[in-house]
Write a protein that binds this ligand. Sequence first.
Ligand code: OXD
Ligand code: MN
Length: 620
Amino acid sequence: METAKKHLLAHIGNLKIWIGRVKMTQNRALQQWVSEMAQLCQPERIVWIDGTAEQKKVLEEEAVASGEMIRLDEQKWPGCFYHRTATNDVARTEQLTYICTSKKEDAGPTNNWMKPAEAYRQAALYFRGAMKGRTMYVIPFSMGPLGSPFSKIGIELTDSIYVVLNMLIMTRAGREILEQLGESDNFTRGLHSKADLDPNRRLILHFPEDNTIWSVGSGYGGNVLLGKKCLSLRIASWLSRREGWLAEHMLIMGIEDPTGKIDYIAAAFPSACGKTNLAMLIPPEHFRAQGYKVWTVGDDIAWLRIGEDGRLWAINPETGFFGVAPGTNAQSNPNALATIRRNTIFTNVLLTEDGDIWWEDGEGEPPASGIAWDGRPWKPGLTDDSGRPIPGAHPNSRFTAPIVQCPSVSPEWDNPRGVPLTAIVFGGRRSRLAPLVYETFSWQHGVYVGATMASEITAAQYGKQGQVRRDPMAMLPFCGYNMADYFHHWLNFGKKIEKPPKIFHVNWFRKNEAGDFIWPGFGENLRVLNWIIRRAHNQAGAVRTPIGFVPAEGELDLTNLEISGETIEQLFAIDPKDWQKELAGHSSFFAQFGDRLPQGIRDEYHALKERLALERIGTK
Ligand code: OXD
Ligand code: MN
C-alpha cells in the first residue's frame, strides 16, 4: 500500500514536471529533434530535467518505487543509492562501439566502423517503440564550466532514471544549460534507450560528422552516460582536431610545494592503472611534514587548449567520479573513501539485507551474508564449480560521486580558464620494460612515447593475462577518428604551443624475478611527480639514456623510504634486448596505419632504433 502510494505521488510529481517544464526552451532545432526522437521511440511522456533538488528527489523516489534503485541505510550511507545492471551488461562493449563516418579511413583501423546511413537504419530498428510505456527524459548538460571557452553543450534523451541521476552527478545539467544554448543548434545530440537490454540488439554509435550519439540496448555507465566517454572523448576528439585543441583520457592534479606554488600535471594511463588513485594521492609523511599538498582537478578526462600566455591549459569537463569500487580502500585511496560516504550511486557492488554495501579489497571484513552484484545470495568463501572464489561485487562495480565531496578537490577544479600544465605524463603497466620514470627529449619524442604506450592485460580485463595491449595515449577505445591523424594532430598542436609542458613516462608496475612489485606505489608516487616537476623547471639532475632522461643519482627524493640500492637499479634498468623486442612491437603496431602514419612518428622510430643500436655497441 505504502509503495503504491509513493508510486502514485511520484507519478503526479512527474506529471507536474512534464506539464511545468515542457516550455523550458524555445529552441526550435532542439524542440524539433526531441519531437522526432520521440516519434521514433514512442515514450508515454517526456520530462525535461531542470537540475532542481526538488525534481531530483521525485526521480529518486520513483526509481526506488520501481525497484530501479535501492536506498541504502540512511545512517551509514546518507543520500546513497544502489543499482544493479543486467548481468550481461557490466562493462563498456568495445566490440559494439562504432565510429560512423562517411569514409572508413576517417575512422581508421583501430575503430569499428559503419556507414552512417546503415548505422542509423539498424539502430532505428532497435529504437522504434523502445520507450513505449516509459518516460523519455531530456537532459540538457554542459561538459565544462558553463560559458567557458572550453565547454560543450549536449542533450541526452534517455528512458533511464539511473542515467538521469548519474548525469546529475557527472555533468552540469539543467535549465541554465538551455539558457546558455539559446537558439543555437550547436549541441551534441545524444539518444539512449535501454530498450530490451538484449546484447544482440545493443549498439553504441558515434556520428562525429553529425555531432550525434546513439546508444541502445545497454544500461551500463560507460555506454550510456553519454557526456563521458562518448561525448567528452570520442566526439570531442573529432571536434578538437577541427577546432585546434585536444580531448584526452587524462587525470589532472595540482601539486603544491611548501612555498605555496602549485604545479599542475595531466596524466594518461590505460584503464585499470590507478588514475583515480593518483589524482587523489595523499603525500607520504616526509612530504606532508614539509607542507606538500595534492589537489584533485579530475580523474579521467582532460580538455587542453593553448592559453593567451602561450602555455597549455586544461579543464576537467566532468563534475564527478565514476570510479571502480573493488580495490578502493584506506591504503589505496582514502580520499575516494571519504568522497563516497554520501550522495553516491553504487552500481553492482555487494548489497547486504540491511542496506549496507561491500566490495572485494575494500574496507572491513566481508559481511556474513549478502546479495551479490548479480542478485544471487552470497557469503564469504563461496566458490564456483572449479573452486574459484565467486566475488560479491563485480570487478567492474562502480561508484558515482560528486567531485566537490572529495577532500582534496582543487579550488580551481571549476575555473573556466582551466589550470596551466607543467608536465604531461604517460604511463602503462609494464612488469619489465619501462623504468620508473623518464623524461622525453622533445614534444615530438613525447608524442612518440604516448603513441607507443602499452599495458599488460590484468585479470580484470579481457584478453590473455600478461599480454601487451598497445593503447596510444590511453585513447585506443576512445579516439573518434583515425589514430594516425590523431598523432598528426598532436605533433602539429605541439608546434603551436609557445611554452609546451615537458612530457614524461612513468611505470609504477615494475616487478622482480619473483614476480613482486618493486615500487611501493600509491602515495609514494609523489616522489616521482616531485622529480618530474623539478625537472620541468630545470631544477633536477638527470642522466641521458637511449630512451630518455632518468633521474641522476640522489635526485629522486627517497627519504624515509626503505628501498635498497639494488631495487633502485632494477627500477631504472633499461635492457637493450627487451627494448629491441619493444621496437619490433612499435613497428608492427604502426604498420596498420600505412602511409597515413605521420613522418614525425617515423623519424622518432628511426631515432630510437639508432640510439638503441649505439647502446648495444656501447655495452659490448
Ligand atoms: C573508465 C575506463 O571507465 O577508462 O574510465 O574504462
Ligand atoms: Mn577512463
